[in-house]
Ligand binder design. Structure first.
Ligand code: GTP
Ligand code: MG
Length: 273
């Protein structure tokens, strides 16, 4: 075969991508990468100093992908080192520890830091994000449940996986989905393809589920003032029931939110004459 033709074919088939890992210190970013690349787990904590860099080759369909992995340090101390490395990433692995709520709450600030460092070239739309709810093997200390994590991720158009670097659960599936989406995006001219199936729920539904989860009492849950009338309670209930009914709403956590709303209404009506 003509060597130029062969070269062109090979070029089409091979791809270089850059991915980064983000999340608080000690959530397991380096262990997730190590589990995938080296198939092993190190129980001792060795904090990443600034940044670790590695390259791996993966096969996605007929393409060979050369993946440059920049594993960031989560400690605030290393901000000055890692801020250089956000630019030109095609994929981001966002990690939190399911046993530490603050590591889940911190995901928003990681996105903010990233946006800030990418400056004017920031186009977060054309980056693939995957969220790892990590350390799921430690079931007893779990405080952030699946539906809460999934809702946070899917309402932003991010992938969500439950992972354990310790047992290996979810790790290969997560990387396969991640690399496959990055390849789809590269084949689509660097733009994140519009998903064939949309997330299937609205921002209003997602926000309402979050609000219900964090409400302090039944009044608050229904969004009525303490001392509201039966009519006001029923009106608020009907609105939420339409929005969250499990037949209509597929957002993660909608079923529990719906049940909580039904219970809140029942307990309020018991005490209103
Ligand atoms: P920084 O580099 O400081 O940002 O931390 P990191 O996010 O890279 O954390 P690292 O991967 O070093 O893991 C931190 C600690 O958590 C280590 O002691 C790991 O052994 C442990 N660890 C990581 N993943 C898991 C997991 O899935 N399950 C359990 N049980 N422990 C884990
Ligand atoms: Mg690390």
């Amino acid at each position: 075969m003509d060597t130029n033709v062969q070269k062109r074919r090979e070029n089409k088939k091979s791809l270089r991508v850059k991915v980064i890992s983000l999340g608080n210190a000690e959530v397991g970013k380096s262990c997730i990468i190590k589990r995938y690349c080296e198939k092993r787990f190190v129980p001792k904590y060795l904090a990443t100093i600034g940044i670790d860099y590695g390259v791996t080759k993966v096969q996605v369909r007929d393409r060979e992908i050369k993946v440059n992995i920049f594993d960031m340090a989560g400690h605030p101390f290393f901000y000055e080192v890692r801020n250089e490395f956000y630019k030109d990433s095609q994929g981001v692995i966002l990690v939190y520890d399911v046993g530490l709520r603050e590591s889940f709450d911190a995901l928003d600030s990681w996105l903010t830091e990233m946006k800030q460092e990418m400056g004017s070239q920031a186009n977060m739309e054309n980056i693939i994000f995957v969220v790892c709810a990590n350390k799921v093997d430690l079931t007893k200390r779990r405080v952030v449940d699946e539906s809460e994590g999934r809702l946070w991720a899917e309402s932003r158009g991010f992938h969500y996986f439950e992972t354990s670097a310790q047992s290996g659960e979810g790790i290969n599936e997560m990387f396969q989905a991640f690399f496959s989406s990055i390849t789809d995006m590269c084949e689509n001219g660097g733009k994140r393809p519009t998903p064939e199936v949309s997330v299937g729920f609205t921002k209003e539904q997602a926000d309402t589920i979050r609000r219900i989860r964090s409400s302090k009492d039944s009044w608050d849950m229904l969004g009525v003032k303490p001392g509201a009338t039966r009519e006001e309670v029923n009106k608020a209930y009907r609105k939420l029931a339409v929005l969250l009914h499990p037949d209509k709403c597929v957002a993660p956590g909608s079923e529990d939110a719906f049940k909580a709303v039904v219970n809140a209404r029942t307990s309020l009506l018991k005490n209103i004459k």
